[in-house]
Each structure stands twice: as structure tokens, then as C-alpha cells.
Write a protein that binds this ligand. Structure first.
Ligand code: COI
Length: 357
């Protein structure tokens, strides 16, 4: 593993008020950077001040979107440690996205070492209040100065850190979601499974329209039949129907969420009936009509566990569990955040201690 060099900033920033962090607005003093060149591989891992960087206007990422990203979090535990949740799982998913976008794989050990060193250096930025964290954003962009369409021969990897509060302004309160019936996000055989900017760019139009109607996010249906539920803009989706926890099966157009995996693993351990399968929007409305739809919630790194209180589809409105947080959403939220903030024991190796504070 190559040595990670460090260049410290001479302009350290001021930590914002913990109560007013919002999400993804503030950034710490430093970032981790690495370069790739065909024939040389990934090289020059380094920590440098967080600042603007330059690219040629012809850099391929700016034209064809060859880029991927990840999102994970660091937490302050009640016994004063800085921990990261499921680091390797996120970095392995980074490589899965890299495969889909024809970007060369990273060495997970090197990037994890770079991340942990960066967190150690910028640990003073870690907020402590429940619901706050350092949101970690690794990303890779294609940098060849070339406007033909091909895979780039050069890339840059960055990790930036953003001290953040909850993703939704509502915090852990039920959100309203509009089921999208006009636009589609991804289709089988496409790149829907990858964490790549294009998938999020594809979601913006629908999100703007949903917001105008007062909904926090959209629920995507499959791109072919517009019938089967896929995922919400920034989270995977779960329904509890007749005591069965159901989430759409991963089919190539749905993001394989790490929090989704955590929910499935916990629920199975608790002995719940859990299914990963196709679920149609008609089935959800029918379950609501016959009284068996008990809960709905989203799962995501940024969103954690987010109860869904209302779904709107083609003018029909469906209120779930009286727009209240249900017991399964609450139990999952408590278990996930309990491990992350250290109030519950993690016996699965999900919580990685980076440093004492
Ligand atoms: C995450 O949950 O980490 C995400 O990547 C969603 C993001 C687009 C805010």
C-alpha cells in the first residue's frame, strides 16, 4: 500500500452550529485525493486542504458523466469514539458502480486507510447530537481532456466530509411521497443499480413536480410496465403488509442500499417474515383497502429509516398508519442508530472504530 502524504491547511474553518447543520452544506478542512492513469493504476494517495481543483473544460466527466460516488457516515458514540458504519461494504459497492461505469476498481484497503486518516485529521468537525454525523462522500470523475465518447484513461478520486444533520427537514417523522407515473428513472439493462450522477439527474424533473405538490420525494415504478415499485429518490422502500416485510428485489435498476441490507439482516434475525420480491403499486393500494398495509418506510444512508405517512398516485391519496411512525420502523431506527451512536452493542462487526475523541 503506498504511503498517504498529508498537507495540512493553513486556513482552518469554523465548525458551524450543531443545531443548524442541515445536510451536505458544510465541509471540513481537508480531503483525500488519488489519481489514476492507464498503465500506472491508482497512485499518489494524499490528504490535502479542501479547496477548489482544476479540470480541463474538455474533461470527459463534464460531457458524458463518467463518474460514480458513495455516501457513508461517521458518528460520535456515547463513549467518545469516532466510528464509521459498514465501511468495507460501501467501498465494495463503490467498485460495483465502477464496473458499471467502466471505471477502474479501487483498492478497498488503500481507500479505507485514506478515509480513516482523513477522519482522524478532521475529527474536530464531528458533531455529537443524535441525528448528526459526518456525511462521507467519496467520488471518482473521468478527467481525460477529450470530447469523443470512450472510457477515460485518467481519473481522480476524492473523499470529502460534510458535518450534517438529518436529510429530511422533518427528521424521523413520516414523509409524504408521490408515486411517479409519468417519468422513469431506470430500465433493466441500464445503469440504475450504480451510484452515478446520471441516475440522480434523471430524477430531478419528477422531484421538482412532486415538491410543487408538497411531497418530499417520488417513488419510482419500473420503467417498462410502470407497475412495480422500485425505489424512492434517495432511499430503498419497504412495506409491512400482513406482518410480512416486503422490499423490491434487486433487479439491476434498483440501488443495492447498504441500509436496505442492514434492515433485511436485522429483520431476519428478529424472526420477521421478510421478502425481496416484485411488488406492484396495485398490491399496495389493495392492501391499504383491505386493512393489511401496516407500515411503509424508506431506508438509506442519508435518510436512515424514514417512515412514509402518505402515498399519492394518480390523484388517489393513501394515508399509512395514520401518518404515524409504526413499530417496525421505530424498532429498526432504534437498532440502526443505537449501533451507530454506541448505545446498543454491535456484534456483527458493522461499526468500525476509527479513533478515540
Ligand atoms: C445516501 O443516502 O448516501 C445517498 O447517496 C443519497 C444522496 C443522493 C443524498
Amino acid at each position: 500500500m503506498s504511503e498517504i502524504s498529508v498537507q495540512m491547511t493553513n486556513k482552518p474553518g469554523t465548525m458551524p452550529d450543531e443545531e443548524k447543520l442541515g445536510f451536505g452544506t458544510y465541509f471540513t478542512d481537508h480531503m483525500f485525493v488519488m489519481d489514476y492513469q492507464t498503465g500506472k493504476g491508482w497512485h499518489s494517495p494524499r490528504i490535502v486542504p479542501y479547496e477548489e481543483f482544476s479540470l480541463f473544460p474538455s474533461a470527459m466527466v463534464l460531457h458524458y458523466g463518467q463518474a460514480i460516488f458513495e455516501g457513508m457516515k461517521a458518528f460520535k458514540t456515547c463513549d467518545n469514539r469516532l466510528v464509521v458504519f459498514r465501511t468495507r461494504d460501501y467501498l465494495q459497492r463503490f467498485n460495483r458502480s465502477a464496473d458499471i461505469l467502466c471505471i477502474p476498481n479501487i483498492d478497498v484497503d488503500t481507500v479505507q486507510a485514506g478515509l480513516f486518516k482523513l477522519l482522524e485529521i478532521d475529527k474536530r468537525w464531528l458533531p455529537g447530537k443524535l441525528g448528526t454525523s459526518i456525511y462521507i462522500r467519496p467520488f471518482i470523475v473521468a478527467t481525460d481532456p477529450y470530447v469523443g465518447v470512450k472510457c477515460s484513461d485518467t481519473y481522480k478520486l476524492f473523499i470529502i466530509l460534510s458535518p450534517s444533520g438529518t436529510y429530511y427537514a422533518q427528521g424521523f417523522n413520516p414523509v409524504g411521497i408521490r408515486v411517479e407515473d409519468k417519468y422513469v428513472r431506470a430500465v433493466p439493462g441500464g445503469i440504475g443499480e450504480a451510484k452515478t450522477p446520471g441516475n440522480y439527474a434523471a430524477s430531478l424533473r419528477a422531484q421538482v413536480e412532486a415538491k410543487k405538490e408538497g411531497y418530499a420525494q417520488v417513488l419510482w415504478l419500473d420503467g417498462v410496465e410502470r407497475k412495480y415499485v422500485e425505489e424512492v429518490g434517495t432511499m430503498n422502500i419497504f412495506f409491512k403488509i400482513n406482518d410480512e416485510l416486503i422490499t423490491p428485489a434487486l433487479n439491476g435498476s434498483i440501488l443495492g442500499g447498504i441500509t436496505r441490507r442492514t434492515v433485511l439482516e436485522l429483520a431476519r434475525e428478529w424472526g420477521m417474515k421478510v421478502s425481496e420480491r416484485q411488488i406492484s403499486i396495485d398490491e399496495i393500494f389493495a392492501a391499504h383497502a383491505n386493512g393489511t398495509l401496516q407500515e411503509a418506510f424508506g431506508s438509506g444512508t442519508a435518510a436512515v429509516i424514514s417512515p412514509v405517512g402518505e402515498l399519492s398516485w394518480k390523484g388517489q391519496k393513501l394515508v399509512i398508519n395514520n401518518n404515524q411512525t409504526g413499530p417496525t420502523s421505530q424498532k429498526l431506527f432504534d437498532a440502526v442508530t443505537g449501533m451507530q451512536y454506541g448505545t446498543m452493542t454491535d456484534n456483527r462487526g458493522w461499526v468500525n472504530t476509527v479513533t478515540k475523541l
